[in-house]
Design a protein around this ligand. Structure first.
Ligand SMILES: Nc1ncnc2c1ncn2[C@@H]1O[C@H](COP(=O)(O)OP(=O)(O)OP(=O)(O)O)[C@@H](O)[C@H]1O
Length: 476
């Protein structure tokens, strides 16, 4: 190893208790945060190391040297990182996980946001069993197609260097392939899974919806569309409170047009049955504190502050972080239309975003819920209860293609009858699971005292049952 390489990476030799040792310095924001001290191997040939400082939070070895760019190579140990960096003339980003194969996934998870900013990530782990097992575990952490795996003809990069095969290291990086686990299975491989009884998915807050959809399943995408002010966000908030508190599942809230504190108050309001956002004297500060603390104590609610950015790439990287590091299983995006509004070609942008949403939900096995605004209907107005159809969703082709379920909300906000005015028709527009819910509706009534939306019978007067059948939903 050259002195230049060791200097660049802060890899030194030193004296520890009279023994010559090698020291790998871990730096973060210019500060030395940890040192890994490597002694002479033990008589049985095993590695002998100790850590000074704290490797937790220290990042990847060499990470402080590089800015995200085209490609980063990750190795299984510091010496391998030095080796590969040197072979690449110290010009290309190379980092190492700090704790070898065993801790590789954990270390990568902790730095996933930084790594995801590279166009591609190459894993060059040891070619032994623990190394390759770690590869299988780590590739899943990245967005589809991002991570490539290098194959070496020897055990690790340093053995390649010692054998004089530096060329082989470069070739392995160039030829690194997107990891594909075996893709073909036989019937017998599927037997156990196929014969398992079909389980009801996680429940929604409303029984009729559970009967019609058999609940919700990880990996699925749900989209909700309605006119302005009909109550899309409120339906979301109801589902979130139920999911995070009653079901104890972790939720990520990406509301792009509502400050997080407002969202938090509304979720707390659902728990207490109080409209904490309305200054009408109907609730006390103690009630707000109690409900807020109850929601906070679950640790299940993560809110995105959209003043950071409303760019989809940034949002997706935060979602990925929450899925990988915090175990968040439900992602709520309010709303999709805002993400593409600025794009030159809105339709194309929505198509790309929807494909990525579906990939994200599958890859991380999470439920994804999105809101879409609607185009003006041909007849009537959505704000006065006009019927919602799939093709009115902004980006309907993409949403229709990638969603498992689509729902429309209808409410006549101008109705004279207060019951009718506060009753939302919840329409099932698409159902990929069985198709049986398509064309069905359920009714949700808003209680202006509690701010809760509960299942209700249809408004009772004669024309309550619905709207003229326009019958023009695109088939999906
Ligand atoms: N069925 C209902 N009856 C009466 N009020 C309702 C009903 N559903 C929701 N609301 C209330 O109407 C207001 C607007 O609802 P919300 O913000 O959820 O609508 P939205 O469709 O998300 O609006 P936007 O188009 O502005 O995003 C909220 O104060 C909400 O509590």
């Amino acid at each position: 190893m050259t002195e230049e390489t060791c200097r660049k990476y802060g890899y030194l030799t030193g004296d520890h208790n009279g023994k010559t040792v090698q020291i790998a310095n871990y730096r973060r924001d210019g500060q030395l945060v940890a040192q890994k001290v490597r002694y002479k191997p033990k008589p049985d040939g095993k590695k002998d190391m100790s850590v000074r400082g704290d490797l937790k939070g220290a990042g990847l070895y060499g990470q402080h040297l590089w800015e995200p760019g085209r490609r980063v190579v990750i190795t299984e140990g510091e010496i391998d990182a030095l080796t590969v960096a040197q072979v690449l003339n110290l010009r290309w980003p190379v980092v190492s996980v700090p704790n070898g194969a065993q801790g590789a996934a954990k270390a990568i998870k902790a730095e996933i946001e930084w790594l995801e900013q590279f166009e591609s990530v190459v894993l060059m782990f040891d070619m032994d069993e623990p190394g390759q097992e770690a590869v299988a575990e780590c590739v899943r952490l990245f967005s589809p197609g991002k991570c490539k795996v290098a194959q070496l003809p020897r055990k690790d990069p340093n053995e390649m260097l010692q054998a004089g095969d530096t060329e082989g290291i470069v070739t392995a990086i160039w030829q690194a392939q997107t990891y594909r686990p075996d893709g073909i299975v036989g019937f017998s491989d599927l037997r156990d899974r196929a014969l398992k009884p079909v389980e009801q998915g996680l429940p929604w807050p409303w029984d009729r919806m559970n009967d019609l959809t058999y609940g919700r399943r990880y990996g699925e995408v749900y989209f909700l569309g309605a006119g302005t002010g009909v109550g899309k966000t409120d339906v979301f908030t109801e589902i979130i409170a139920y999911t995070a508190v009653d079901l104890g599942e972790k939720c990520g809230l990406f509301y792009l047009e509502q400050p997080p504190v407002e969202t938090a108050k509304r979720v707390a309001g659902k728990l207490a049955g109080k409209r904490f956002h309305v200054p009408d004297g109907s609730w006390t500060a103690e009630e707000l504190t109690e409900a807020f603390d109850r929601a906070a104590a679950t640790g299940n609610l993560h809110l995105y502050d959209h003043f950071g950015s409303t760019e989809w790439d940034v949002i997706l990287s935060k979602m990925r972080y929450l899925a990988v590091n915090e175990g968040v299983k439900h992602f709520f995006l309010d709303h999709l239309t805002a993400l593409a509004a600025e794009a030159e070609d809105e339709k194309k942008a929505l198509e790309e975003i929807m494909a990525q949403i579906a990939g994200f939900a599958q890859e991380h096995e999470v439920c994804f819920y999105g809101i879409s605004h609607l185009a003006t209907p041909e007849k009537g107005s959505h704000e006065e209860g006009a019927r919602v159809t799939i093709r009115q969703f902004k980006g309907s082709r993409a949403i229709g293609f990638w969603s498992h379920f689509m729902f429309g909300l209808e409410r006549d906000q101008q109705a004279e009858d207060p019951i009718r005015r506060s009753t939302t028709t919840f329409r099932f527009l698409k159902d990929r699971l069985t198709g049986q819910s398509v064309g069905e509706v359920m009714y949700l009534r808003y209680d202006t005292t509690t701010g809760r939306l509960s299942e209700a019978p249809p408004p009772s007067d004669d024309d309550a049952s619905g709207f003229p059948d326009e019958g023009d939903d695109a088939p999906f």
